[in-house]
Design a protein around this ligand. Sequence first.
Ligand code: SAM
Length: 419
Amino acid sequence: MLFDELRREPVGSSALATELAGWRTFGKRTVYSTTAASGVAGRVVADTFTNEFWSSAQRQGHGLHEVSYRACFKPELPGFFIARLTKPGDVVYDPFMGRGTTLLEAALRGRVPFGNDVSPLSAMLLRPRLSPPRQADVESRLASLDLQVCDDVRDDLLAFYHRDTLREIGALRRYLLTRERSGEIDAVDDWIRMVAVNRLTGHSPGFLSVYTMPPNQAVSVVSQLRINEKRNQTPPRRDLCAVVARKSKQLIAAVSDADRASLAAVAARAVLSTAPAGATPALPDASVDLVVTSPPFLDVVQYKDDNWLRCWFCGIDADAVQITMARTVDAWAVTMRGAFDELRRVVKTGGHVAFEVGEVRRGSVRLEEVVLPVAVAAGFSPELVMIHAQKFTKTANCWGIDNNDKGTNTQRVVVLRRA
Ligand SMILES: C[S@@+](CC[C@H](N)C(=O)[O-])C[C@H]1O[C@@H](n2cnc3c(N)ncnc32)[C@H](O)[C@@H]1O
């Protein structure tokens, strides 16, 4: 059903709705429909626009985003809303920030980033990229470290690493934890930790491990032993400093002087919080102009399992991180209601929320229909639902978020306004 075949106007009249209705950037017309849902606040209907709204090509965003994280979205998604719904100097917030895609994109565009995630890993992944060091400083710090001695090598990790590589990983881990506990950790250490975390495991010589799953999904030791047996492989020697320096160079090379100036203008005002999205006291009342976020989609992604090795390296007790893993839609809605009540406190009157949910359980659960009434009950007005549909990608499939049967996958963004 094409928008103009329907011969009806969307009820919303915002500039965003008008732009989405006329969108032709990738040659296709926008399909118009409505999303209707009922909740405690009654029946909610939202104009819904389906099209390809950003490029399906990989790695089109800024190179500084190129650190892996499970179920991260492409920078084009937050960029789309930041460009249209904020101006430089405004505050952009993500209560479920993951690797911090929304916040880095906001900062690169001169907006002040506020971020939160229940996992401390998130701030460790984002903070260093808001103030990237110079490559020479990274290399000279790496050269100054003594990574030859480590007295507490974890033998089970020999499933992933050559013994000499593991010794270096253990020594770097010990150095960073000691610096952190003594309060001496600085921006260069912070950067090295972020890069090392991203090199822990992967499937090419650019990573510290033997061949394994992609870097955002660490498998268990038992699974890795199975992979090694099946592939008849043993962990090769990797030089930790060389691997970290190479990835660091790739990230830093993407940062222009203009980027550094944009980041420097806002980094000092950044707020990075580690808390459940429903209780974020570090964030001031009525401080946020725009929220762009994607929460965990029910229990589709096992963040704890995927991040266990990263957490170990950073000294985080993964068992103590209270990640939302909702088995039912009702349980998920309760957590989202808590998150929206808190958003109502922190978002300015007239501010926007762009809340992205993927397709789960092969499209049988439409989380946008859950989000709409929950958000309205919390005091937000529905503006529209935007469905970005693009050709199926491998990455989307490995999140378990796809409608592979149709050869497309969608991202569904509920756009709301703080009434
Ligand atoms: C879909 S990921 C977000 C990815 C992010 N958009 C990005 O591009 O990296 C969802 C995130 O929510 C976090 N999370 C899970 N439960 C949470 C909760 N109750 N409060 C805050 N964060 C939570 C997870 O740790 C995970 O990083």
